[in-house]
Ligand binder design. Structure first.
Ligand code: SAM
Length: 347
């Protein structure tokens, strides 16, 4: 950061604006650092071998994941979860049981399936007791909807399966109708493996006397159109010119919400940073359908007199098209509340 201020003459500080360096997954490491990994993840490297790959979505406390992995030592099992607590629980279980064919990532399912896996590389996707989103207006939050079935048709191997267990009859009917609408799956009647009936939620619903339903969706017509993996673009930034910003004259509550590339971008607040020089930090949320990120955007006066407004590397942000909107939203915020003008936008 200091380096930015020392650099003269409006020249972009190249290192700060380069895409973040990528790191191949480390063999033997259970928790996958996917934000830094090249997409798709090299699973053969992550597991240290080439074996049939299975994905589990929303593994909760991980008891199914570990049990499956122990039952099937010749297969590799990847679990994805959005809950930090669940990830920690599952990691502890994996270590306790000493299984070496499980890898875990804290990431949403649709994003994971699209970015972390190559075409036709996954044998099965297990979804045990997904959040049902029972209200009609929340249907778009359901995982097993048409778009997911389409995506899975590009990532599952031919004959691969999505395996759903649910206590929720509406969700079951919804998933069946979405799968049928895709025209790519058959819906064979298959009995659930015992481990499915003994997950934490299976036991909970059974105790409450709820019936459990199981449905396999078998991929018969794989898709050859593969949604591309995310590129890692340079750090989005803009240059602004104009008089010094006096933070004491900025509005105290100027939250701003904008729509950008199918995402909501929210500028929550800004502060003047410690140290010399003019440096403002903005806290921004970028909420995409598959991914929510909390980001910092910095506006920093450089020696030539310009301000550079750019995404901070802090927190390992993933630069998606919508994340460019974070810089855009801050630029718009500064245009509205200060006398700064834009010289150049690079996002
Ligand atoms: C009802 S719990 C079921 C947990 C576990 N499968 C079981 O049967 O005990 C649903 C889980 O899905 C996770 N989840 C919800 N949405 C998700 C998503 N988009 N990607 C990954 N996990 C998700 C939640 O955090 C939660 O742990």
């Amino acid at each position: 950061m200091e380096g930015d201020q020392l650099r003269a003459g409006g020249q972009a500080p190249a290192a700060e604006l380069l895409p973040p360096p990528l790191e191949e997954p480390r063999p033997g490491r259970v928790l996958i650092a996917w934000r830094r990994a090249p997409f798709p993840v090299d699973w053969a490297l992550a597991f240290g071998r080439l074996a049939p790959l299975h994905l589990e979505v929303g593994f909760g406390d991980g008891r199914f994941t570990v049990r499956r992995a122990l039952e099937r030592p010749d297969e590799d099992h990847v679990g994805v979860e959005v809950s930090n607590v669940s990830v920690q629980r599952a990691l502890a279980r994996v270590r306790r049981e000493g299984v070496d064919n499980v890898r875990v990532a804290k990431v949403g399912a649709a994003f994971a399936l699209r970015q972390l896996f190559g075409p036709h590389s996954v044998r099965s996707i297990t979804v045990n007791f997904p959040d049902p989103w029972p209200k009609e207006r929340h249907e778009r939050h359901r995982l097993l909807r048409r778009a997911f079935f389409e995506l899975a048709a590009s990532r599952l191997s031919p004959g691969g399966e999505i395996r759903l267990a649910t206590d929720h009859l509406d969700y079951l009917a919804f998933a069946r109708s979405e799968a049928r609408a895709s025209g790519r799956y058959t819906l064979p009647a298959v009995a659930p493996p015992p481990a499915v009936l003994e997950t934490k939620y299976a036991l909970k619903w059974r105790e409450q006397g709820k019936p459990l339903h199981y449905q396999v969706f078998r991929l018969e017509r794989p898709s050859d159109s593969h949604p591309p993996h995310l590129e890692r673009p340079p750090v989005p930034h803009a240059f602004m010119t104009g008089p010094a910003v006096d933070p004491s004259r900025l509005p105290s509550d100027a939250k701003r919400v904008i729509a950008y590339a199918d995402a909501h971008v929210i500028v929550h607040e800004g502060w003047r940073a410690f140290g010399s020089g003019e440096r403002l930090l903005f806290r921004v949320t970028v909420d995409e359908l598959e991914l929510t990120q909390q980001l910092l955007v910095v506006a920093l006066r450089r020696e030539g007199g310009e301000l550079i407004v750019r995404l901070e590397r802090f927190g390992d942000p993933l630069i998606t098209p919508a994340v460019r909107g974070a810089v855009h939203a801050v630029v718009e915020w500064l245009l509205e509340h200060t006398e700064l003008r834009v010289r150049e936008r690079n996002y």
